[in-house]
Design a protein around this ligand. Structure first.
Ligand SMILES: O=P(O)(O)OC[C@H]1O[C@@H](O)[C@H](O)[C@@H](O)[C@@H]1O
Length: 418
């Protein structure tokens, strides 16, 4: 009886969600129609809302202005980015660019995809709205406090904040990355988190606190992922749908995969600890320009920490007209053997090289190009990693980063006699 009841509830839920998604598609279709011609502008707005922008642009800028404010922005960004992923794993939100195909609605509407459309994570709530919204909230509060003597002017930062948030929301719906209710949920959650978390910023905590936070974020997500997989939930469902319905394989970016954001949050927590505690950083403190430079460097260095995001080797750097090829079943026959398909497959049509991960996923999910390679059209490039000087640089990044961070951490611990 309980089973029948829960089945009825989930049926009702699916039915209602389909109604909501359907209404969302109508809104997206209207936006694409009325905002036709200004797509480049909206792609820029989407870029302004990208969580990556918080780490690489908003954080250094606010830090240069007020050290405390900068640290608050970074802390809020990394905590809300992690929470956003957890919400997404539990809420299973669809994205319009794949939902219209899966539901069969694509024949009723004429909708276009863009270069930023093909996000590979679940859609609910919007990370652009939630993470950027949370991270910028303390900036808004700070600015309106500064203007508190000037009467009505103190509302200008709040007005500009909501204008930006609305713009980001519209851009996400327009490019089919989100349904309207997902961006609204993102803004509400972002404002709420910004408000609550700004009171918990660990400005004067030890390096060990940041190291433990980093470990918690990384392993907490891995453990959660493992637990959900064990209980039968396939958390890569969104990656499969995104690669299946993205209209161009080169628009699927590995860095949008859910686990990339975990490594970024964990890396930034560690980077923040190092920035606040390393003697190297302390010696630069006081000189604003160099402080900013060292800050950006710390963030940049910590970003590619443990990076389980698939094959790193860019295709085009050593053989422009070839795409690495490995048939999913080929794995059974030849371990660690990568071959290059001399006939340029799908990527050639779009005149743009694509990376190995994207290509594998595209083939695995769409079944396209499966006839591309036969044995005499392949060139064996066993152990291709770091073959080209440019690739070497790329491949060497992670060990180098770990090495530098370890030295800095050791020096910092020695100095503080922990
Ligand atoms: O949920 P949204 O708005 O698509 O945004 C989330 C993702 O946006 C991507 O572009 C980022 O690279 C990810 O790290 C982030 O998690």
């Amino acid at each position: 009886m309980a089973n029948v009841h829960s089945n009825l509830v989930s049926l009702l839920y699916v039915f209602q969600m389909d109604e909501v998604y359907s209404a969302g598609v109508t809104v997206a279709s209207a936006l694409q129609k009325y905002l036709h011609g200004s797509e480049t502008f909206w792609l820029w707005v989407t870029y302004l809302g990208d969580p990556a922008c918080v780490f690489l642009v908003y954080f250094p800028l606010t830090y240069a202005y007020r050290r405390r404010l900068g640290v608050t922005v970074l802390w809020l960004a990394l905590v809300s980015e992690w929470l956003n992923l957890v919400f997404k794993w539990f809420l299973f939100g669809e994205r319009p660019f794949w939902w219209i195909h899966e539901s069969g609605r694509h024949s009723d509407v004429d909708l276009k995809q863009f270069s930023s459309t093909c996000e590979t994570g679940p859609g609910s709530p919007s990370g652009h709205c939630m993470i950027t919204g949370a991270a910028l909230w303390p900036v808004v509060m700070f600015l309106s406090e500064q203007l508190s003597q000037r009467g009505i002017q103190r509302f200008i930062p709040i007005f500009l904040y909501f204008l930006l948030m609305m713009g980001i929301a519209v851009s996400r719906v327009l490019i089919l990355a989100h349904f309207p209710h997902q961006v609204v949920a993102g803004i509400i959650t972002g404002v709420f988190l910004g408000n609550v978390l700004q009171r918990t910023v660990p400005q004067s905590r030890t390096f060990v606190f940041f190291a433990l936070t980093s470990i918690f974020l990384l392993f907490g997500a891995i453990f959660m992922n493992w637990g959900m997989n064990k209980s039968g939930l396939d958390l890569s469902w969104s990656i499969h749908l995104a690669t299946k319905w993205c209209s161009r394989p080169e628009w699927i970016h590995p860095e949008t995969r859910p686990f990339s954001s975990v490594t970024r949050s964990a890396g930034n927590a560690l980077g923040l600890g190092l920035a606040l505690h390393s003697p190297w950083y302390q010696s630069l403190h006081g000189d604003n320009t160099r402080s900013i430079a060292s800050d950006i460097l710390c963030t940049e260095l910590s970003t590619p920490l443990p990076v389980p995001i698939g094959s790193p080797d860019p295709v085009s750097s050593y053989q422009k007209d070839a795409v690495p090829w490995r048939h999913p079943q080929e794995k059974l026959r030849s371990h660690n053997r990568t071959t290059v398909c001399i006939i340029q497959p799908e990527a050639h049509i779009h005149k743009q090289p694509i990376d190995t991960f994207t290509f594998y996923s595209y083939v695995a999910n769409t079944g396209k190009n499966s006839e591309c390679c036969d044995d005499n059209k392949r060139q064996d490039i066993t152990k291709p990693k770091c073959k080209h000087p440019q690739e070497k640089l790329h491949c060497d990044t992670s060990p180098m980063t770990v090495c530098i961070l370890t030295i800095l951490a050791a020096a910092s611990l020695k100095r503080s006699k922990v």
